[in-house]
Design a protein around this ligand. Structure first.
Ligand SMILES: Nc1ncnc2c1ncn2[C@@H]1O[C@H](COP(=O)(O)OP(=O)(O)OP(=O)(O)O)[C@@H](O)[C@H]1O
Length: 464
């Protein structure tokens, strides 16, 4: 039977924003000639409206909208707002010639590249095309992420990434997600390793197949092989029926090996053999099976240290960590706390059918100062509890029920980096001043405006 011809893919679609009509005309002409569909708008509000109305493969945004200004503030705010709504659409910015500072800040806020005006047509076209194609690929893989049997199901979970550290993680996830590379995800408990695994799978060509999760570090000797490779009926006393193993379930999809650092050496050898050959056989059968899997694994222990101590096979480590993605603990990315806390409050409120409460300034300070040994998971539980305890429409410090012993237990000041020490001193001063910026600035020996700049840098808020 002849197969149906593939339908031609629709033209790449770009949203371009600039408040100068002549620039928009020039851009439209250039991109149309290259077969790119362009929608234009002259204001930040227009960008947000256009994003509501339709999907784009990439955005090209000017940084200055109020005529006669070159500060780029409107453009920077716009990037942040776009990233909130559309975390994965590639954003390119256009900056005034020589305004490298604005360009660097734009990259920090999540823009992928920048073009200086006046631009060079060939370079602009090449840069835009690359981002359009990437954006199209990212959209396509996410759309085809249909759940299938045995998979970790459901839509991709949110991945908050306000901090620079998490923005770097997201960039890495975007880059390696669509590849076939095996990825080792490291980080303390509750830092979001499984969330990252889901995104990696969701962005890959394998997204329409299963993502099968195995708690590799917690399998007793007797069940390890049966769990991973399956067994035939009657293979052992309890084998009343045949079982399909995780390798087979994950065929053409992704196998997620959680807690991989806790596997005993004997199991490591068996896993390595299956990964090297792609072949295995079910317990009680001599029939060789083959599975095509991409392996993602996660651990909260240091595998290089485990390897040195002889507890983890080096050859297995090399197979697992083609790329490593490290999730920093929450105490090292405090800029994420406010966004995560508000998100969790809203989610829990929706779950309990209540209006989402707000966070008092003191409650926010307490959250920012807490050490979060349980990381994002602990914050999630704290906000659920706080939502239930809150009286009225605001969560107060008392509703957080943070254990005092755990508050502000960071690394001692001498062990901190400059950035951490500054962050620590500022949050402490703000907290002591009840969120009042003027008072905190006085205590720190800074001018109010200098403190405001630092607050902006760290994504912190104060009052007064
Ligand atoms: N960046 C994030 N944005 C939003 N939610 C997050 C983020 N990171 C983690 N979470 C949420 O925090 C909880 C813990 O995340 P997850 O289970 O992925 O952590 P983990 O590192 O795999 O934990 P463990 O090591 O204990 O298995 C989940 O409910 C997850 O949805």
């Amino acid at each position: 039977m002849a197969s149906a011809p593939e339908s031609p893919s629709p033209p790449l679609r770009l949203l371009a924003a600039d408040d100068h009509p002549d620039i928009l005309d020039a851009l439209t002409l250039l991109f149309k000639r290259a077969g790119i569909q362009v929608v234009t708008t002259h204001s930040p509000a227009g960008v947000l409206t256009a994003l509501e109305a339709q999907e784009f493969d990439a955005l090209l945004l000017d940084m200055n909208y109020a005529r006669d200004t070159t500060s780029g503030h409107e453009g920077l705010d716009l990037i942040s707002r776009v990233r909130e709504r559309e975390p994965f659409v590639p954003v390119l910015v256009m900056t005034a010639w020589g305004n490298v500072e604005a360009a660097v800040e734009a990259l920090h806020r999540g823009a992928r590249d920048y073009i200086q005006k006046p631009w060079d047509n060939a370079r602009l076209l090449a840069t835009v095309k690359t981002q359009l194609e990437l954006g199209r690929a990212l959209r396509g893989t996410r759309r085809s992420a249909a759940p299938s049997e045995g998979a970790l199901q459901g839509p991709l979970p949110p991945l908050a990434h306000e901090s620079r550290a998490m923005q770097r993680v997201v960039q890495l996830v975007e880059r390696v997600g669509p590849s076939e590379a095996n990825v080792l995800i490291t980080g303390e408990h509750g830092t979001g390793k499984e969330v990252v695994a889901r995104w990696l799978h969701g962005l890959s060509k394998r997204a329409s197949h299963a993502l099968v999760s195995v708690n590799a570090g917690g399998l007793a000797e007797g069940v390890f092989e049966s769990e991973l490779f399956g067994h035939v009926k009657g293979a052992f006393t309890d084998a009343k029926s045949a079982r399909v193993g995780s390798f087979e379930l994950a065929h053409e999809g992704t196998l997620f090996l959680d807690e991989v650092g806790n596997m005993p050496l004997g199991q490591q050898a068996k896993l390595l053999r299956a990964l090297q050959t792609g072949e295995f056989h079910a317990v009680g059968s001599s029939h060789v099976k083959h599975a095509n899997v991409r392996v993602l694994s996660a651990t909260n222990v240091s595998l290089p240290e485990e390897t040195q101590a002889g507890r983890f096979r080096e050859d297995l480590l090399y197979r697992l960590n083609t790329v490593e993605i490290h999730l920093p603990p929450l105490r090292e990315r405090r800029e994420d706390i406010a966004a995560l806390a508000t998100r969790f409050l809203a989610e829990q409120a929706a779950r309990y059918g209540r209006p989402a409460p707000g966070l008092s300034a003191r409650a926010l300070q307490a959250l920012l100062e807490h050490a979060w040994p349980g990381n994002v998971r602990e914050l999630e539980h704290t906000m659920e509890r706080a939502m239930l305890l809150a009286q009225g429409d605001t969560v107060e410090v008392e509703d957080l029920t943070l254990k005092p012993a755990l508050r502000a237990t960071q690394a001692p000041l001498p062990d901190m980096t400059m950035e951490q020490a500054e962050h620590y001193l500022i949050t402490r001063a703000l907290s002591r001043a009840g969120g009042n910026v003027t008072e905190a600035a006085k205590a720190l020996g800074l001018s109010r405006s200098a403190l405001y700049r630092r607050l902006q840098h760290f994504g912190l808020k104060g009052s007064g």
